[in-house]
Design a protein around this ligand. Structure first.
Ligand code: ZN
Length: 168
């Protein structure tokens, strides 16, 4: 992995509320982490420090948000095509919590086109979760619900595209 430094900021009681990240405010939905691409900063919730596996998954996931914006359009479209193939093959499940939630939303609104914001968000989260699953060394997790044959196709794709390293 190569690129400019990424800064990590640890905060207690992280929540998302009306599109904003709050610290210790007591309102909003609890979140583990958030990536701020332009500021090159990842904010992590301190509770993660006591959960080694989850910390690895979340940390790699967030760093891959920086990788995603460095991929070229062709690579991003290629990954999206993998997901379209999965949907045509009626693949259920995902490789993480964020992508699992987005996939549910995408499927609930099947009328949405592939150019919708929701679809693009899903593809990005799926990319980050798949990379986290592959590189974290975590073999099993409650949120790894995608069948192995589909997961393997994603890993092969990631290993091929990331062969020369990932730019972040
Ligand atoms: Zn994410």
């Amino acid at each position: 992995m190569f690129g400019n430094p990424i800064y990590f900021d640890l905060r207690r009681s992280l929540t998302a509320h009306r599109g904003k990240l709050l610290f210790g405010a007591g309102t909003g939905t609890p979140v583990h982490a958030a990536a701020f691409i332009r500021q090159r900063t990842v904010v992590l919730e301190t509770g993660l420090l006591s959960e080694a596996e989850r910390l690895r998954l979340v940390l790699i996931h967030e760093v891959f948000h920086f990788v995603w914006v460095r991929l070229n359009n062709c690579q991003r479209r290629d990954f999206a095509d993998l997901l379209i193939d999965e949907m045509r093959g009626r693949a259920r499940g995902e490789m993480g919590e964020s992508s699992g939630l987005k996939k549910q939303l995408v499927q609930d609104r099947a009328s949405l086109g592939l150019s919708s914001r929701l679809w693009r968000d899903y593809v990005c989260e799926s990319f980050c979760d798949s990379a986290a699953a592959l590189y974290s060394g975590v073999a099993a997790n409650e949120h790894f619900t995608l069948a192995e044959r589909w997961a393997k196709r994603r890993y092969q794709w990631l290993l091929r595209i990331g062969e020369q390293g990932w730019k972040c």
